[in-house]
Ligand binder design. Structure first.
Ligand code: BG6
Length: 480
């Protein structure tokens, strides 16, 4: 059997806002995540107008990587990671977002982090925007409602591209750019784009305008990046939740086909450089008008991506609307026409667990785009317990990761898909994005901190840490 390429990027994934902490240190400004309260699986996180001194905001301290980065990177080095996917917090570099000059102290922090990674032979993979837009841009300009915010983003991208042009090769523009269209969860639009929908607004009109601005921003950043270092590999980053038809009823097949357009709209534009016909038709039918500058076509065409980065956690299943609707106990990430998939289990947080869906996704994306794919997020959020001897036996996490790595291997070896690497999400325990909890742990390294912010912050490798090191050392051959 052929093996994964010897350059396969085994790594781990994180985002500055969820682990860095130091939210007001080194000249950093507030970001959109800094006004999000803690929640739970049952209680949604709230977005406050500004920081309320009597409220707990879990991202403010994260796991304090800001002060512990040397210790953490040493642990990543001992894990033999080949890469670390993380982000550069936009509001650490441009605290308000509309300054003319960047915050040198913020850049110096990332100089130190990136140098430390390179010292440990860990390739940095950088997301430019992972829920870290300066709060000022959201409040003063309405985030990506405003075309001006495109310029702010591009300026930020240019500064970090130039600063790290000889140290970073792999970049991605916007994390899970497509998730903001999920109007059922307003935190996505807030964190991705700094936008809140008012009650009297036509939500779809706002969503498509904001999406267009971000697509233009992404394309401009790609073009500028390539001009700074033509060897940069710049990708997009989408959340891919494949949509299965509930049955072989042609109406179910068509329902899945139509719903899948929400998955493909962003990558279709970012890979091909123009809007697909199905979106143009839909916009016309719904009388949605996008404010389109005369240069936008050229910008989109010139800023296409080199690879597709994507997160894969789950699949969902839809049934056509005329059916006797069998909607029962559905799962996170569902669509209005989603129904329970009887063949799939769920995590404690109701996320479908479907490793075959990863092979399916890899095939779907590769066959549609013929670009290298990078699995930059995948993992199991679970409650971990420490035994009397201080060990964490997270066999359930090992099983999850093993099954998904097996799916990647089949996609590469049997289906011929090009996969650049795999960076499981939350390589070290961090604050959960959707719930703001610490209890929902993804890490291979345990961090002593609870949902209320108590704990010593001590780091302890879990059983999965040692397992993953063997996986990396054997280039994916040893999975047991
Ligand atoms: C992805 C995000 O949607 O899912 C991450 O890019 C997030 O930021 C991850 O943390 C897992 O979600 P959660 O809510 O379990 O942390």
């Amino acid at each position: 059997m052929t093996q994964l390429s010897k350059d396969f990027l085994w790594g781990g994934a994180l985002a500055a806002n969820q682990f860095e902490g130091g939210f007001d240190q080194g000249g950093k400004g507030l970001s959109v995540i800094d006004v999000m309260t803690a929640g739970t699986h049952q209680i949604p996180r709230r977005i406050t107008q500004t920081v309320d001194p009597h409220t707990y905001y879990p991202n403010h301290e994260g796991i304090d990587f800001y002060h512990k980065y040397k210790e953490d990177i040493a642990l990543f080095g001992d894990l033999h990671l080949k890469c670390l996917r993380t982000s550069i917090a936009w509001s650490r570099i441009f605290p308000k977002g509309d300054e003319t000059e960047p915050n040198e102290e913020g850049l110096q922090f990332y100089d130190a982090v990136i140098d430390e990674l390179l010292k440990h032979n860990i390739e940095p993979v950088i997301t430019l925007s992972h829920f870290e837009m300066p709060l000022h841009l959201a409040n003063a300009y309405g985030g990506f409602r405003s075309r001006y915010v495109i310029d702010c983003f591009v300026k930020f991208a240019e500064v970090v591209f130039k600063r790290y042009k000889d140290k970073v090769t792999y970049w991605m523009t916007f994390n899970e750019i497509n998730n903001q269209m999920d109007i059922q969860h307003p935190i996505y639009l807030w964190t991705n784009a700094g936008v809140r929908i008012e009650e009297d607004e036509n939500a779809e009109q706002v969503l498509y305008q904001v999406a267009h601005h971000q697509l233009v921003a992404s394309a401009r950043a790609v073009k500028i990046g390539k001009g700074i270092n033509r060897n940069f590999k710049i990708g997009n980053m989408i959340s891919h939740v494949p949509i299965y038809p509930y049955s072989c009823h042609p109406k179910d097949i068509m329902e899945a086909e139509i719903q899948n357009r929400s998955r493909f709209f962003f990558p279709d534009v970012q890979v091909r450089g123009f809007y697909p016909n199905y979106i143009k038709k839909m916009l016309a039918h719904k009388h949605i008008h996008i404010d389109w500058s005369e240069k936008d076509d050229e910008i989109l065409a010139q800023g296409t991506v080199d690879f597709i980065g994507f997160s894969y956690y789950m699949s969902t299943t839809v049934q056509h609307k005329d059916a006797h609707f069998s909607k029962k106990d559905t799962v996170f990430g569902d669509l209005p026409t989603s129904v329970e998939n009887p063949y799939i289990e769920k995590s404690d947080w109701g996320w479908a667990i479907d490793p075959i869906g990863l092979r399916y996704t890899l095939n779907t994306l590769f066959n549609r785009y013929q670009l290298p794919l990078f699995v930059v997020e995948n993992g199991l959020g679970a409650v971990d317990t420490i035994d009397d001897t201080g060990h964490i036996h997270d066999q359930y996490r090992i099983n999850y990761l093993r099954q998904h790595i097996e799916a990647i291997k089949i996609a590469v070896n049997e289906d011929g898909v090009e996969v650049m690497g795999y960076t499981p999400w939350g390589i070290i325990d961090i604050v959960s994005f959707t719930t703001g909890e610490m209890r929902k742990r993804y890490g291979l390294i345990y961090v002593d901190r609870d949902n209320e912010g108590n704990g010593t912050l001590k780091r302890s490798p879990k059983q999965s840490y040692y397992w993953y090191r063997n996986v990396i050392d054997s280039n994916g051959e040893t999975l047991n």
